[in-house]
Design a protein around this ligand. Structure first.
Ligand SMILES: Nc1nc2c(ncn2[C@@H]2O[C@H](COP(=O)(O)OP(=O)(O)OP(=O)(O)O)[C@@H](O)[C@H]2O)c(=O)[nH]1
Length: 197
């Protein structure tokens, strides 16, 4: 059953090597005069109760955005997005009903992203994760989950399982299909960034 208004904490993933982009602080690269991560914040902020940024480089610059910045735990450094998610778990406010995971490099996310994921997550009590998809593919770096599953995450990573997909499909996960493919475009490299300016 859906709560009247679930408390949602957003975690914006901004760590990683950024190999295709050629730099580690991908979220700070400007698109139309604003850092990529600023676009993500602007789209999601009105729908979220709290925001955390998961980043390992340029921490001071990310902090200027006005939200807590959490670096990856030393035990899981360079282990990918799940390591970032694990590192934020201790900082998620206790009142949080659901956590939204999004990358820092998707500046065109749909405005109704959160409401659609919330509707699906609470459509059946056994659902633990609602993940985003479009007609052509799933987007495993964009999902909403119930924080109860956080207590299994360290064990999962300790088994050297670092893929977001493997984590999502380990749970009762419901697919949430969005129509606008372009809204999920990742700015993974400079060519894509220039095409979207
Ligand atoms: N905190 C944290 N975030 C990560 C890590 N690896 C990737 N991310 C983030 O997870 C999202 C998806 O990452 P990818 O685009 O697949 O990886 P990337 O390192 O950014 O880029 P590539 O090296 O080109 O694959 C992005 O928002 C990254 O910033 C990590 O080790 N820690």
């Amino acid at each position: 059953m859906i709560k009247q208004k679930p408390i949602i904490t957003g975690v914006i993933l901004a760590g990683g090597e950024g190999r295709r982009m050629g730099r580690k602080n991908k979220g700070l690269i400007p698109l139309n005069d604003r850092p990529l991560i600023q676009h993500v914040i602007e789209r999601l902020h009105p729908q979220l109760d709290h925001i955390l940024i998961s980043a390992n480089e340029d921490i001071a610059t990310y902090q200027e955005l006005g939200f807590p910045v959490i670096s990856d735990h030393a035990d899981f450094k360079n282990k990918g997005p799940l390591a970032g998610i694990l590192s934020t778990t201790a900082f998620i406010p206790k009142s949080t009903d659901a956590v939204l995971i999004v990358p820092c490099d998707t500046p065109f996310l749909p405005i109704h992203l959160v409401s659609l994921l919330v509707n699906n997550l609470y459509a059946q009590t056994e659902y633990e994760i609602a993940y985003a998809a479009t007609a052509s593919q799933i987007h495993p770096s964009i999902f909403l989950y119930k924080p109860i599953i956080n207590n299994q995450l360290a064990a999962h990573l300790n088994q050297q399982q670092y893929s977001l997909k493997s984590w999502i499909f380990k749970h009762n996960a419901v697919k949430t299909i969005f129509e606008d493919e372009h809204a999920f475009t990742n700015m993974n490299d400079m060519e894509t960034l220039h095409q979207n300016q």
